[in-house]
Write a protein that binds this ligand. Structure first.
Ligand SMILES: NC(=O)c1ccc[n+]([C@@H]2O[C@H](COP(=O)([O-])OP(=O)(O)OC[C@H]3O[C@@H](n4cnc5c(N)ncnc54)[C@H](O)[C@@H]3O)[C@@H](O)[C@H]2O)c1
Length: 316
């Protein structure tokens, strides 16, 4: 298979790239390096096992040219930052929705029929059903979630209109090696600067499910291999969840720190658009034979160890 990976220098997509190369596929990575790191895929660049195209997917002409002759697009490029969405209400439309439109339009013109898409648990907003199934009808609470659910809609419309096939995955928060943003990243950064105190957004009670990136990529590929619908939508998450204070306890313990003073900023939510509980029903994915292999605690501990050993992710 000739596979295109958008955002392949980023966290999750670099693991997707690893998997595709290991399976023997021909891989082209497209990345504008806005949040990606060459270090994440340098092992492939040295061995020339992938091609890297550096440009912004906002450019339709370049996207069309790059997709010619491809069999499938693994579309993970996005603005993955939920928290700062309020600062610019157009950013998620531009970086997520318009970029996804460009991918779909380029696929249509180049006759590429398969797309895998990284959506998010944020599309559920603040649901009142837990664990939340794919069939839940959500109300949006963030520009990021709204842009991603709009992307899903566009993918469905293109699939229907032009005979494409799509696999879309709503992830919980993903952690593990190369983790570049999110709670564990923030905690380690703050604790490296000051090991005696930790500012925690919210009151520490928000409960979240997390998934190790290897479990996430396993699900991504299993769904692609097994689900045969025109559009296939899956939740990917853990049956476990933990609260934010517990996350802080795991991080401080893995860093070998004692008696760290926690300063809570207060409120059930860490920021506007944050959700006090994220817990997804993964029955659809499990019916295909998938389940997470790594506990949340082990995932967080591995993430901390990796962050401490790889400071390059704090360069930006
Ligand atoms: N990390 C998570 O917890 C999480 C959870 C749910 C969904 N997701 C989704 O998974 C995907 C990957 O997230 P991540 O955490 O690995 O993010 P990331 O920021 O590490 O990776 C995104 C990559 O896309 C590239 N990129 C962004 N916009 C681009 C553009 N216009 N043109 C070319 N390249 C561009 C960036 O440079 C980066 O390499 C995203 O779609 C994100 O929304 C992530």
């Amino acid at each position: 298979m000739k596979a295109i990976v958008t955002g392949g220098c980023g966290f999750i997509a670099s693991h997707v790239t690893d998997r595709l190369v290991n399976l023997g596929h021909e891989v082209t990575v497209i990345d504008n390096m806005s949040t990606g790191f060459r270090e994440n895929i340098c092992h492939h660049l040295e061995s020339k096992s992938i091609k890297l195209l550096e440009f912004d997917l906002g450019n339709l002409k370049k996207t069309e040219k790059a997709l010619k002759g491809a069999d499938a697009v693994f579309h993970l490029a996005a603005n993955a930052d939920v928290r700062h969405g309020l600062e610019d209400s157009f950013r998620d439309i531009d970086r997520n929705l318009i970029v996804t439109y460009n991918i779909l339009e380029a696929m249509r013109k180049s006759d590429v029929k398969k797309i895998l898409f990284s959506s998010t648990a944020a599309t559920y907003g603040e649901p009142d059903v837990f664990p939340t199934p794919e069939t839940y009808h959500p109300r949006q609470t963030s520009f990021y979630g709204a842009s991603k659910i709009a992307c899903e809609g566009l993918i469905e419309a293109f699939s229907e209109a032009y005979g494409m096939q799509a696999w879309m995955y709503r992830f919980v928060s993903i952690q593990g090696e190369r983790h570049p943003h999110g709670v564990t990243y923030d905690f380690v950064k703050k604790l490296k600067a000051n090991p005696k105190q930790l500012e925690i957004l919210g009151d520490g009670t928000a409960r979240k499910s997390y998934l190790h990136v290897e479990d996430c990529v396993d699900g991504f590929f299993l769904g692609f291999g097994k689900a045969t619908g025109r559009t296939n939508l899956f939740n990917l998450g853990h049956e476990e969840y933990v609260n934010v204070k517990k996350m802080a306890d795991i991080v401080t313990s893995e860093m070998g720190l004692k008696e760290v003073k926690y300063n809570f900023t207060g409120g059930e939510r860490g920021w506007v658009g944050d959700s006090p509980l994220v817990h997804l029903d993964t029955g659809r994915m499990r019916a295909l034979g998938w389940k997470p292999k790594i506990s949340i605690e082990e995932t967080v501990r591995r993430t901390v160890r990796w962050l401490l050993a790889n400071p390059y992710v704090y360069k930006r």
